[in-house]
Design a protein around this ligand. Structure first.
Ligand code: ARG
Length: 585
């Protein structure tokens, strides 16, 4: 029996075919397929009701018509019945569940099943993207973690992805650093820890600018000098960026993130002239008090609040480079979609960017890509305020990750003191970093969340330790049985699921396809997290109820099959979220 990866999508298409065959008005019928209450089946189609109502027909009669014309393959795969006023219930037959479990037996096969969702689509994902001249702190982690999960998910579903770090390496901070360098430099400190010193210089200059309009003017002029390419300013700017990226890169490596490009704002500095020209020619931008601005009269706020695309002193800004970036992504990278991952403070900027891009691309006959601003909330401390160190400074990302590994090491040592230290360190790396990552991804990204070590390192609840442990538990079932989980011999001759625990677990596994479509459609990784957590729960229920290593070879094989596929889906899902899984812990 051939069974497709995304059973729900196939069923939906088959219902449309049935509607056509049954002579329902073309285009007027929607199957309205949704997951059913498990007592009634796997899917329920409610479309007959809406169709009948709008045409004053009897809904049950419409449902019966549809049922009679359902393609043969649907009847082979499901038990089908009509309930109530005309709902159609579909229950996956055990043979269908078995066929799916047999077909999707490796990460590659799952991937080729999912590859149709986004096949041929090409995305540029802009994430991480910190401003240079300072250390990354916790606030930066969400963009990195969420962005990387989105890249992996899209790739798994068939898209090709360019990972681009749009460094803030050309902003007003450089005017201040140039000013600070001139007035406050401590040469020894620069020798010892250049990034630290640049950050200090920036802060000192920032304070000076707040107190003294003269300082502000001087740093503004310094920025103009840099933008005009004065050699001393350019040399310092290069040094700052070099020092910054040297510090950034090991952190990305630690987090398993490998960028294809680091095309920061400065990369676009010679591409802004075209932006000014085209926006002006198309009548989209206008001069206002020396600046070039874009208003959006149709918008409640941006009719008055301008999008400043060139400052009155002639300097480019965040808007100019971002507009040039849009063109580059569409023309150079041939992107079908652009995804930018930042916190909500950039909502206005990115909304104005997109409104402007739409008008501009329409005027110049460019192809408009999809655009997604993926936003997220703040990480809060246990006091409910933005997370800080004791002294009130932002927590450094590096320090946070190191603490995660240390805490996980203590935990592993307590649980498994018998393991050699190198292995405990390795486990601590996967658990510690995994915990930080999973804590972030398992929340709906739109909300703020409270960061608590105790909670994220707990072995109970929707956490990384719980899921990583679930993986090792299944691994140990195979170790004890003397099989490799990928060894087909262990599961050969498996029959379709029979007991309640087996059936529930098998259905949950088949639901992997649905959760992938939901997660990628909304670019919200927490849907996948919730699914994995529920899957681990269904596995526990099954494992408590149904002994796996029994004498009957067919029963043993089918239970080992469920174990093997649960392991596969858990590992695949966790890897998509950026977690490294373990064989034991
Ligand atoms: N550098 C910005 C920041 O630190 C984020 C950049 C996001 N990407 C973009 N193309 N605007 O907030």
């Amino acid at each position: 029996m051939h069974v497709s990866f995304n059973i729900a999508a196939d069923l939906e298409a088959a219902m449309q075919t049935a509607a056509f065959t049954a002579g329902l008005e073309p285009g007027a019928f929607s199957p309205e397929l949704r997951p059913a209450d498990p007592r009634h089946g796997d899917f329920q189609a409610n479309g007959a009701l809406g169709y009948a109502k709008s045409r004053q027909l009897n809904p049950r009669a419409v449902a019966e018509q549809l049922l009679a014309t359902l393609p043969r393959a649907v009847r082979d795969a499901f038990d089908v019945n009509i309930a109530g006023p005309g709902f159609i219930n579909f229950r996956l037959k055990p043979a269908t569940l078995l066929a799916w479990l047999n077909a999707y037996d490796s990460a590659e096969h799952l991937k080729s099943g999912a590859a149709t969702f986004y096949s041929g689509r090409h995305y540029v994902v802009d994430y991480g993207s910190p401003n240079t001249a300072k250390q990354m702190h916790v606030g930066h982690i969400r963009s990195i973690i969420i962005g990387e999960a989105i890249c992996r998910l899209l790739e798994f579903c068939g898209a090709s992805v360019v990972r681009d770090n749009h460094l803030g390496d050309w902003g007003t901070q450089f005017g201040k650093i140039l000013y600070g360098y001139r007035h406050f430099l401590d040469r020894d400190a620069l020798e010892r820890d250049p990034l630290e010193e640049f950050e200090r210089l920036y802060k000192a200059a920032d304070l000076a600018c707040k107190a003294d309009p003269g300082a502000l003017e001087e740093s503004r002029l310094a920025l103009v000098r840099l933008q005009q390419g004065e050699p001393d300013a350019v040399a310092l700017w290069q040094q700052v960026n070099q020092v910054s990226t040297d510090v950034l890169k090991p952190l990305y490596t630690l987090l398993g993130v490998h960028y294809d490009h680091f095309l920061g704002e400065s990369f676009y500095r010679d591409k802004v002239g075209q932006v000014y020209h085209e926006l002006t020619t198309a009548g989209i931008a206008e001069e206002s008090q020396g600046a070039l601005v874009v208003f959006h009269p149709e918008h409640p706020r941006f009719a008055q609040q301008p999008f400043i695309v060139r400052k009155s002193d002639g300097a480019s800004n965040y808007a100019s480079t971002d507009l040039a970036t849009m063109v580059y992504r569409v023309e150079h990278f041939a992107a079908d979609g652009v995804i930018i991952v930042t916190d909500t403070r950039q909502n206005d900027h990115l909304e104005q960017l997109w409104l402007t891009t739409r008008k501009w691309f329409a005027a110049t006959g460019r192809r408009l890509p999809e655009f997604h601003h993926v936003t997220f909330g703040t990480i809060l401390g246990e006091d409910g305020k933005a997370i800080k160190t004791r002294s009130g400074d932002p927590i450094r990302l590096k320090a946070l990750l190191a603490e995660a590994e240390e805490r996980a090491f203590a935990l592993v040592t307590e649980k498994s003191p018998e393991l050699p230290e190198t292995e405990r360190r390795d486990i601590a790396n996967a658990v510690g970093l995994g915990a930080v990552r999973y804590a972030d991804l398992s929340q709906n990204r739109s909300s703020d969340y409270i960061f608590s070590w105790e909670k994220i390192l707990s072995f109970e609840g929707n956490t990384a330790p719980y899921l990583l442990y679930a993986v090792t538990r299944i691994q140990s079932i195979f170790r004890k049985a003397g099989f490799d989980p990928a060894d087909a011999a262990a599961t050969a001759g498996a029959t379709g699921p029979e007991t309640a625990g087996e059936i529930t677990l098998a259905r949950k596994l088949v639901g992997f396809a649905t959760v992938l479509t939901l997660t990628t459609a909304q670019l919200r990784p927490h849907f996948l997290c919730t699914y994995l957590y529920e899957l681990a729960g269904e596995f526990s229920t099954f494992y408590v109820a149904d002994k796996v290593i029994v004498d009957d070879p067919a029963v043993r094989a089918r239970r080992l099959l469920l174990c093997a596929r649960t392991l596969l889906v858990l590992e695949t899902g966790l890897n998509l979220l950026g977690l490294r899984t373990l064989a034991r812990m």
